[in-house]
Design a binder for this molecule. Structure first.
Ligand code: T5A
Length: 217
């Protein structure tokens, strides 16, 4: 019996990028990669990941919601996040699980900050109390020219409420993401998302390799 053995806190890995950058594709490959290393990750996403969060997701992505103000959008993203952190992410990390999250707080800085023009300080204030100090161990930023990402996403049918925005909106998002990655190289890994799906997975695997070293005795 070693019931007194303390549990090593899990790892939080987040994926970020513009529309159609390949996050969902990479997530599927990363799940298998982690499994091959003996790690069964908890998979989740934002907005969403909980019953409350998925209901919020339905609102914020609904193209029929043409009168949603930027301030309301920002609060909805953080409402989903506050719920996800408390219901899923923090309990999983405390239990020693690794969490793979499709988007997290950086998306609010990029979309609501860079895209919608919400003040950075307002987002930072929300982050401070809504996210309860949860910071990803590694953030994989899939960087891709906006036109390439939009061309990929276009193949999927009807655009959602955010996808209908113009190119300049997505250019600001890309620049905000890149600036955040530049400002925090210890956490961010910038991936060339124009690579093949296998190539992007190899880049991500390389970026995550130090995490395995940390947990291997
Ligand atoms: N949002 C979210 C905010 O505004 N604020 C916030 O705080 C948060 C958390 C959520 C939306 O909400 C916004 C951002 C988003 O607009 P989402 O579920 O994250 O939406 O969806 P999207 O970003 O729209 O994700 P997509 O599904 O568009 O893109 P993915 O997952 O990045 O791309 P994926 O893997 O589905 O690939 C798209 C297509 O490209 C192909 C795939 O086969 C697919 O057809 N593809 C590749 N092709 C060539 N080479 C590669 N390497 C490829 N990888 C994928």
């Amino acid at each position: 019996m070693n019931s007194s053995k303390s549990i090593t806190r899990g790892r939080l890995i987040t994926l970020e990028g513009g529309e159609g950058a390949g996050k969902s594709t990479l997530l599927a490959g990363l799940r298998e990669h982690l499994r091959a290393h003996g790690v069964e990750p908890v998979m989740t996403r934002e907005p969403g990941g909980t019953p409350v969060g998925e209901a919020i997701r339905a609102i914020v992505l609904d193209a029929a919601q043409t009168h949603l103000f930027a301030e309301a959008e920002l609060l909805l993203m953080f409402a989903s996040r506050a719920q996800l952190v408390r219901e899923v992410i923090e309990p999983a990390l405390a239990a020693g699980h690794w969490v793979l999250c499709d988007r997290f707080t950086d998306a609010s800085y990029a979309y609501q900050g860079g895209g919608r023009g919400q003040p950075v300080q307002r987002i930072a204030d929300l982050e401070q109390w809504a996210v309860a100090g949860v910071v990803p161990d590694v953030t994989l930023l899939l960087d891709l020219p906006v036109s390439d990402g939009r061309a990929r996403a276009a193949g999927r049918g009807e655009a959602d409420r955010i996808e209908v925005e113009g190119d300049s909106f997505f250019e600001r998002i890309r620049e905000t993401y890149r600036a955040r990655a530049h400002a925090d190289p210890a956490r961010f890994r910038l991936l060339d998302a124009s690579d093949t799906p296998l190539g992007v997975l190899s880049q991500a695997a390389l970026a995550l390799a130090p995490l395995f070293d940390e947990v291997t005795p």
